[in-house]
Design a protein around this ligand. Structure first.
Ligand code: BES
Ligand code: ZN
Ligand code: ZN
Length: 517
C-alpha cells in the first residue's frame, strides 16, 4: 500500500473512501468531518441520530454519496465516520487503533484509493507528526494478513493507496516525516510477523540465517553467520547441546549496525539478542501434542531482533547496535542432549540440564556471552521463554527483568512511545537459590514457582554487571484472534520498542547506565 500526504480540501478529491472522525458525544461535527457533513447535505448529523451513533472508540458509521469529489465528477464515494471515544482519553495508541479499524472497514468494500484525515491531529491536539506516524502504523499493521500458503490470496483486494489529507499546508512537512517513520516501523513489524508465521519446514536455522543475510544486504547491515564448527571453537557447549538432536544444523547470526558518524573513542554498543528456536518439540522432555502446535513461533524473539535491525538500519542510530541470534531446532533423537547432562558454556559456567524443554535460556546464555565478546555494553534479550509468563501476566503485558534501573527507565520511555506494554518482575537474590545445582554452577530449571523470573534470571547470570533487560514474549508474540492492530497469529511484538530504544539512545547514554545502576 502506497502512503502519502496531500494538501487538499477533503471534499474535493477523487477517492473511493473518505475517512473522517468524531469524538464521543459530539452531534455537530467540526473541522474536516464538519466539512464533509455540509458537503453531503448534513448526512453525518442525520445518521448520528438515526443510528444513535455515540462515537465510542472502535464504533463507526458509513454511507455512500455522490456529493464529494471534483466538480462534475459524479463519482460515488464511501464516507466512513470513525468514533474516537472521549476527547480527553484519546491518545497516540487510540490513533493506531482507529486507523486499523478504518482500513479494515474501507478494505471490506474493495476500495483502492482511501483518503483520511489525521485522527487527533486537528481538534484532538496531538502532535501532527506523531499522529500521522501512528495513523500509518495502525493502518499498515492492521491491514496485515499472512496468505503466502493460500492458493487464493485475499491480498488481491488490498487497497493501493492511503492518502493523508491536510488542508493546512504548514503541517505537511511534519506529516511527511511521520509517514516515513510509521512506514518503517510497521513494515519492519510486518516483516517480522511473516518470519514468525512461516512454518518450521520452511524455516530451519540455516534458512533463518539466510533470511538475516538477505535482510542485511537489502538494508546495508553487515551479517556474519557461524556454523557448528565455529561454535565449537568458541566453546558454545550450550547452543551446541540443544542443536545436537536435530538433523537441521544450528547457526549463530550476527548483524551489525555502525553509526554513520561514529565517534571512534566510543565503546558503546547495544546488543539485541533474540531466541531463535525454529521449532521447539521440548526435546527428550517432549511436549504434549497440544503444547507443540504453536512451537514454530519459538523464534519470535529472533524475528523481533531482525525486524528491529531492519528498522534501525533505515532510520539510523547514534550508537553501534548488534543483533545476535542463536538459531536451533530442539528435537528428540538418539543424538539429543539429555536430562542429567552438564553443559559447559562459552562463559565457562556449567549448566546441569534437568528439563530439555528449558532450552531457550541455554542458547541465550551462549548468545549473550557472544554479544559481550563482540563488544556489547548493554544487552536486551527477547524470547518466547516461559509458559509461566502467561500465568503471571496473561497476554496483556510482556514480562521484563532487568539488572539496571536507569536502563529499565530508558527502555520504558521507548515503550511509552510505541504503545507496547511491559511489566517488570522482582529479582530478589532469593530467587537465585531455586536454580542452584548440586553438580554444576547452575541448573536450567528453577521449579514451577516464579518460573518466568528464574528463567529470565538464568540468562542474566551470563550478562554479569552489563546493563541488561530480558523480555519474555511467550504470551504476547502471537494472538489467538485479531485485536486492535494485531492480527491473529504473529504480532511482531518488540520490533517497534527495540527500534525506538536503539534510535533514540544518545551517544553517552549507555555509559551513564553503567555509572549509576
Ligand atoms: N518455548 C517454550 C516456552 C513457551 C511456552 C512459549 C508456551 C510459548 C508458549 C520454552 O522453551 C519452554 O518450553 N519452557 C518451559 C520451561 C520449563 C520446562 C521450566 C515451560 O514454559 O514450560
Ligand atoms: Zn522449550
Ligand atoms: Zn522454547
Amino acid at each position: 500500500m502506497l502512503v502519502r500526504s496531500l494538501h487538499a480540501d477533503l471534499t474535493q478529491i477523487k477517492t473511493d473512501v473518505v475517512i473522517v472522525n468524531l469524538f464521543e458525544g459530539v452531534t455537530v461535527p467540526g473541522g474536516a468531518t464538519g466539512a464533509v457533513d455540509r458537503a453531503t447535505g448534513g448526512m453525518i448529523r442525520r445518521l448520528i441520530s438515526l443510528e444513535s451513533f455515540e462515537g465510542k472508540l472502535g464504533e463507526h458509521l458509513s454511507f455512500y454519496t455522490e456529493k464529494l469529489g471534483p466538480q462534475g465528477a459524479s463519482q460515488i464515494t464511501k464516507v466512513v465516520v470513525m468514533g474516537l471515544g472521549p476527547k480527553d482519553e484519546f491518545d497516540i495508541d487510540g490513533v493506531r487503533r482507529v486507523a486499523a479499524a478504518s482500513i479494515k472497514a474501507a478494505r471490506s468494500t474493495g476500495a483502492k484509493r482511501i483518503a483520511t484525515i489525521v485522527h487527533g491531529g486537528g481538534i484532538g491536539g496531538l502532535d501532527p507528526s506523531q499522529a500521522a506516524e501512528a495513523l500509518v502504523e495502525g493502518a499498515l499493521l492492521g491491514a496485515y494478513r499472512f496468505s503466502r500458503y493460500k492458493s487464493e490470496s485475499p491480498q488481491a483486494d488490498d487497497p493501493e493507496e492511503l492518502i493523508l489529507v491536510e488542508n493546512e499546508s504548514s503541517k505537511l512537512p511534519a506529516l511527511d516525516a511521520g509517514i516515513a517513520r510509521g512506514q518503517i516501523f510497521a513494515e519492519s513489524t510486518n516483516w517480522a510477523r511473516d518470519l514468525v508465521n512461516t512454518p518450521p519446514n520452511d524455516l530451519s536455522p540455516a534458512q533463518l540465517a539466510e533470511a538475516a543475510r538477505a535482510l542485511g544486504e537489502e538494508v546495508g547491515l553487515s551479517c556474519t553467520v557461524l556454523d557448528a564448527e565455529e561454535m565449537r571453537r568458541l566453546g558454545m557447549g550450550g547452543l551446541l547441546a540443544i542443536a545436537q538432536g536435530s538433523v537441521n544444523a544450528p547457526r549463530l547470526i550476527l548483524l551489525e549496525y555502525t553509526p554513520k558518524q561514529v565517534d571512534p573513542s566510543s565503546k558503546e554498543c547495544l546488543a539485541l539478542v533474540g531466541k531463535g528456536v525454529t521449532f521447539d518439540s521440548g526435546g527428550l522432555s517432549i511436549k504434549s501434542a497440544d503444547g507443540m502446535t504453536a512451537m514454530k513461533n519459538d523464534m519470535a524473539g529472533a524475528a523481533a531482533v531482525l525486524g528491529a535491525m531492519r528498522a534501525i538500519a533505515r532510520i539510523g542510530a547514534e550508537v553501534r547496535v548488534i543483533g545476535v541470534i542463536p538459531a536451533v531446532e530442539n528435537m528428540p533423537s538418539g543424538a539429543s542432549y539429555r536430562p542429567g547432562d552438564v553443559l559447559r558454556t562459552m562463559s565457562g559456567k556449567t549448566i546441569e540440564v534437568l528439563n530439555t524443554d528449558a532450552e531457550g535460556r541455554i542458547i541465550l546464555a551462549d548468545a549473550v556471552s557472544y554479544a559481550l565478546s563482540q563488544g556489547a555494553t548493554a544487552v536486551v534479550d527477547i524470547a518466547t521463554l516461559t509458559g509461566a509468563c502467561e500465568i503471571a501476566l496473561g497476554n496483556v503485558f510482556t514480562g521484563l527483568i532487568s539488572n539496571n534501573d536507569s536502563f529499565y527507565q530508558r527502555f520504558m520511555e521507548a515503550a511509552e512511545q510505541t504503545g507496547e506494554r511491559f511489566w517488570r518482575f522482582p529479582t530478589h537474590p532469593e530467587y537465585k537459590e531455586q536454580y542452584k545445582s548440586d553438580v554444576a554452577d547452575i541448573k536450567n530449571v528453577g521449579g514451577r514457582s516464579g518460573g518466568a523470573i528464574t528463567g529470565g534470571l538464568i540468562i542474566g547470570e551470563f550478562a554479569g554487571a552489563t546493563p541488561w533487560i530480558h523480555l519474555d514474549i511467550a504470551a504476547t508474540a502471537t494472538r489467538g484472534k485479531s485485536h486492535h492492530y494485531d492480527p491473529k497469529g504473529a504480532t511482531g511484538v518488540g520490533v517497534r520498542t527495540l527500534t525506538q530504544l536503539a534510535t533514540t539512545l544518545k551517544s553517552g547514554s549507555i555509559e551513564a547506565f553503567t555509572a549509576q545502576p
